[in-house]
Design a protein around this ligand. Structure first.
Ligand code: C2O
Ligand code: CU
Length: 490
């Protein structure tokens, strides 16, 4: 009896003292989520909104004592959130304070190739590059990151990344939460591996065929973060800024949430989902309903075995992560009701396609070729629509990202259904082994026969290894230039 009593008391004590189930005994969310500051800007005499970015190195507290060597923009890790409205002319003065070349690419942005910040626009150490363009696309959550030849993985991994939010009076839905950092919150998710002395491990033991993989998660650079929630509806703008790892987001209690936007903007209508897969560089905007006083954890969960999402062995064996705890205050301000209708997106029509192409990803090559600076892999006529089938021809996961345009997904190569997160504007799409998609896009503006845009795998090691192609946009009637010997069509 005594033994049973002692055991019983032990069980009671354990039940009373064990961490709440949300921590899974692994993560004790003990830091408030950092929110990247909004970048300051000034409107100059010419009416341009001007931002300043400086790429620099320093030390940051990523949970290992503040001594971790990192890179950042205008700070030591990550960068501020740039924000501008459709129709505005923007200029960004980017100074390279690093000891090696870098570039800044505006991922998801529709802009001239010379401003795009790809490998053809290197910024030498100590110099400044000032791209300038007019914002002309729907309200969306875009981002910026380096894109230098063969060094993109390392530079992003060390911390160079930030958000670029586009506002558009025509497609901003007023009835959505929109107070930055309060009920409209950036969630920039990255995995890191640390050495014993608290430095970023670039030769990570988990590293695999797809690049660096870490087992520590950061959100906006904060380890073990919680978000204090003060409203009963929260909008999260989620960016997978990892260099290689894909996530399958879900909540710890399985609650449904509302998907409202993808890479290039808002969806026509909200969709209830309980999973959200994002491969590197993909974004989604979601709404989460909260009750007073509750706590719930945003997690990454294993994909369903039948899912098209992940191959565990390519993810360092880890497919479960706690990402971010949402902590609701005892009383919550009522937020807006979720609107039934969001925006009207014109559907691009495959019957109007001027060109179809097939891009097959195998090894580190696209259509059996590695990226070459002097070779254009496609010549696109300005003002035309194209249909591309992008497929993974082997057993390693890849993704497809294209600069300049947003695309719509027409179909899956295996005929399977298209989930809600592929129903809107996209610029990046995961290509599971042996699968692919047919996508449609319109190259509306910005002919420049001298300067190519890129398309590539957004697993950044693969990109660095040459899994990238180039295309130029030319005026109607302008044939391929000598730099474009072979224009592969499908
Ligand atoms: Cu986010 Cu070509 O890159
Ligand atoms: Cu790849």
């Amino acid at each position: 009896v005594l033994v049973l009593c002692v055991l019983g008391a032990g069980v009671v004590a354990w039940v009373l003292t064990r961490p709440p189930i949300d921590t899974v005994g692994r993560v004790a969310f003990d830091r408030a989520l950092a929110v990247p500051p909004l970048a300051r800007s000034e409107v100059d005499a010419a009416g341009r909104r001007v931002f300043e970015l400086r790429a620099q190195s320093g030390r940051s507290d990523l949970g290992h004592g503040g001594q971790t060597a990192t890179w950042g923009y205008n700070g030591t890790h990550l960068g501020p959130t740039l924000r501008a409205r459709r129709g505005e002319q923007v200029r960004v003065n980017i100074t390279n304070g690093l000891g090696e070349d870098t570039t800044v690419h505006w991922h998801g942005m529709h802009l001239p190739a010379r401003m795009d910040g790809g490998p053809h626009q290197p910024i030498r150490p100590g110099s400044t590059f000032s791209p300038e363009w007019r914002i002309d696309q729907p309200a969306s959550t875009l981002w910026y990151h380096p894109h230098p030849h063969e060094r993109t993985e390392k530079q992003v991994y060390r911390g160079l990344a930030g958000l670029f939010l586009v506002d558009d009076p025509a497609t901003d839905v007023a009835a959505l939460p929109h107070e930055y950092g309060v009920d409209d919150v950036p969630v920039v998710v990255q995995d890191k591996a640390f050495t014993d002395d608290g430095q970023l491990a670039e030769a990570s033991p988990l590293g695999s065929d797809i690049g660096i993989l870490g087992d520590s998660l950061l959100v906006n650079g904060t380890p073990k973060p919680y978000l204090p929630v003060t409203t009963d509806l929260v909008r999260l703008r989620v960016l997978n800024a990892s260099t290689a790892r894909s996530y399958n987001f879900a909540f710890s209690d399985g609650r449904p949430f509302t998907l409202i936007g993808t890479d290039g903007g808002l969806l026509d209508r909200p969709h209830q989902v309980d999973r959200l897969p994002l491969s590197p560089a993909e974004r989604a905007e979601v709404l989460v309903a909260m009750r007073p006083g509750e706590q719930v954890v945003l997690r990454s969960v294993p994909p369903a075995p039948e899912g098209d999402f992940g191959v565990r062995r390519f993810q360092g064996g880890r497919d479960k992560f706690d990402v971010l705890q949402l902590r609701a205050a005892a009383s919550l301000k009522p937020g807006p009701a979720v609107p039934a209708k969001l925006v009207d997106t014109p559907r691009l029509d495959p019957a109007e396609a001027a060109q179809t192409r097939t891009m097959t990803f195998t090894g580190r090559q696209i259509n059996d070729r590695l990226m070459e600076h002097g070779r254009n892999d496609a010549v696109v006529t300005k003002g035309t629509t194209e249909v591309w089938t992008v497929r993974n021809g082997h057993g390693t996961p890849h993704s497809f990202h294209i600069h300049d345009v947003q695309f719509q997904v027409l179909s899956r190569t295996d005929g399977g259904p298209l989930p809600p997160h592929l129903s809107g504007w996209k610029d990046t799409i995961r290509l599971p082994p042996q699968q692919g998609y047919t996508v449609i896009m319109r190259f509306a503006d910005y002919a420049d026969p001298e300067t190519p845009y890129m398309f590539h795998c957004h697993l950044l090691r693969h990109e660095d290894q040459g899994m990238m192609g180039q295309f130029i946009v030319v005026e109607p009637g302008d044939g391929p230039k000598s730099r474009a010997p072979a224009d592969r069509t499908g």
